[in-house]
Every structure is written in C-alpha cells, then in structure tokens.
Design a protein around this ligand. Structure first.
Ligand SMILES: Nc1ncnc2c1ncn2[C@@H]1O[C@H](COP(=O)(O)OP(=O)(O)OP(=O)(O)O)[C@@H](O)[C@H]1O
Length: 252
C-alpha cells in the first residue's frame, strides 16, 4: 500500500498556500513534515484528511482516489488528530469509543468496547475513563484524542503536532507507540512536527516544507545541516549521542 499525494494546490481566498505538493509514503513508513511557522504543514495535512478541498491534485491510497469516497468510507481509512482539540461534556471512554463510529451500525459491539478498553490501557488512561474531557489537562486531552484516532484502526494516520502539550515522558511514550503501531499494523503515518530532534529520532523520512512547497524529502540518516539551514535559516551541527542524532543550533 502506498499513499500518493499528487500535485496539491490550495488557496485561502486568493492566497496560494500549497504549490504542487507531491510525495509518496509506503506502508509501515512514519513520515514527519517539518518547516517554519506558516509553511503550509497543517493545511497539507487537512487536504490529505479531506477537511480542506484543494484546487488541484489528488490523493491516492493504492489505486483508490480519496476524492471519490464518502465521509463514512473515508473515516474507516483515515484517522486525523488536529493541532488543537477542545474538551466536551463527554467522558474519556465515550470520546474514545466515538472513534469506532464508522464501524458501528446500531450500537457498539463487544469488539468495539474491547478495542476501546485496549487503547485506554495502552495509553495509561485507565484512571481517566469516567472524567469529562473538558476537565482534563492539555496533555491528558491530547492523549485522549490520539487514542480516539488509534481505536479507529486507520490505514492512514495523520497527526498534527502529536506531542503538543505532552511532557517529556509522554512525548517519548506516544511517539514510540505511534512508531510501533505504524510498523506492526503496516499503516502509513504522517505527522507534522516542530521538534526536529524527536522527528529525527522516531521518523523514517522527513519532508521539509517552505512557502507552501516541498523543499526536500530525506531519509532520517540523510538529514544534514545544509537542509536545516535552507529551511530554518540557522546554522546547526548534527551530533550523535548513544547513536541518537541531535540537532544543535550554532547561533548563540
Ligand atoms: N483559515 C485560514 N484562512 C486564511 N489563511 C490561513 C488560514 N489558515 C492558515 N492560513 C495561512 O496559511 C498559511 C499556512 O498555514 P498553516 O497553518 O498550514 O501553516 P503551518 O506550517 O502548519 O504553520 P505552524 O507551524 O505555525 O502551525 C499561513 O500563512 C497562514 O497564515
């Protein structure tokens, strides 16, 4: 399975925000999109999730054109976690169970409930199941919305800054989990990331964007200071500590 993003062009009113964006992601591949504020990363993710409709371009999953799918069929394939989420008067359990909605015909099956419990356990949310989501901290809510996307068992997982609001331990745990699920379930995962070190550590491939265009697509081992300078306009060095690549800005 391959996700092909082909020639996406998107405008907000008359302002062009995405210009001929194209790339492929293979199954089992974890891709991070990086770039400065306003580069068009979130807009691109929303176009892939069909929240926004691009003026030009197509998104293919294998040979399936996502433009031709209705909402429910699309929801069975795509899981999307936005940059910001609001809590509601729904409990954590019900919010996560709602991720199963595309599969529920009349009422949740035993399978839906089982999968919901499993994800709650996986994300250590057991103590929160009966809390309303509008009474959670930013990081707790972030874990719940990620859980809701995972319980959907999507073929394509789209995450806009998944480590937003998470403390150091949770950042690592969530990215490890996303990586594990991407490999084990052989799905396509695309994340928008600001933390280049976390992106380098957990992704297979990094897509660098600037001014609505893709500047470069690099496998993690081929990321060099020149591409970071080109995109972020700062000088950096990349050092390895315990075999983990770390980007260090040289500007003091
Ligand atoms: N709803 C909107 N209406 C008009 N312009 C928008 C809208 N949303 C975003 N933009 C503009 O489109 C451009 C791309 O925004 P986008 O949110 O995709 O960037 P980004 O790379 O995700 O940025 P960040 O890293 O700050 O989240 C920016 O110039 C932004 O100001």
């Amino acid at each position: 399975m391959i996700l092909s993003v082909e020639g996406i062009e998107f405008y907000y009113k008359s302002k062009k925000v995405l210009d001929n964006v194209k790339f492929n992601v293979s199954k089992g591949e974890l891709v991070s999109i990086l770039g400065v504020n306003g580069a068009g990363k979130s807009t691109l993710l929303k176009c892939i999730a069909k929240i926004l409709k691009p003026k030009k371009g197509t998104i293919l999953l294998e040979n399936l054109n996502l433009n031709n799918l209705d909402r429910k069929s699309l929801a069975k394939l795509l899981g999307y976690v936005p940059q910001k989420s609001d809590g509601t008067y729904l409990t954590v359990f019900d919010t996560i169970l709602l991720g199963r909605k595309p599969f529920i015909t009349w009422e949740p099956s035993k399978e839906d409930l089982k999968k919901t419990y499993e994800i709650i356990k996986l994300l250590n949310l057991e103590d929160y199941t009966l809390r309303y989501t509008n009474e959670l901290s930013g990081g707790e809510l972030q874990k719940v919305v990620i859980a809701r996307a995972l319980v959907q068992e999507p073929k394509v997982l789209l995450l806009d800054e998944p480590t937003n609001n998470l403390d150091l331990k949770n950042q690592i745990e969530i990215l490890k989990l996303i990586r594990k699920i991407t490999k084990e379930k052989n799905i396509v995962t695309i994340m928008v990331m600001h933390d280049i070190n976390l992106a380098l550590r957990y992704s297979d491939t990094l897509i660098f964007m600037k001014d609505g265009k893709i500047v470069d697509v690099r496998k993690k081992d081929s990321v060099t200071p020149d591409i970071i300078r080109e995109v972020y306009e700062i000088d950096v060095t990349i050092q390895k500590i315990n075999n983990i690549p770390i980007v260090i800005p040289l500007d003091t």
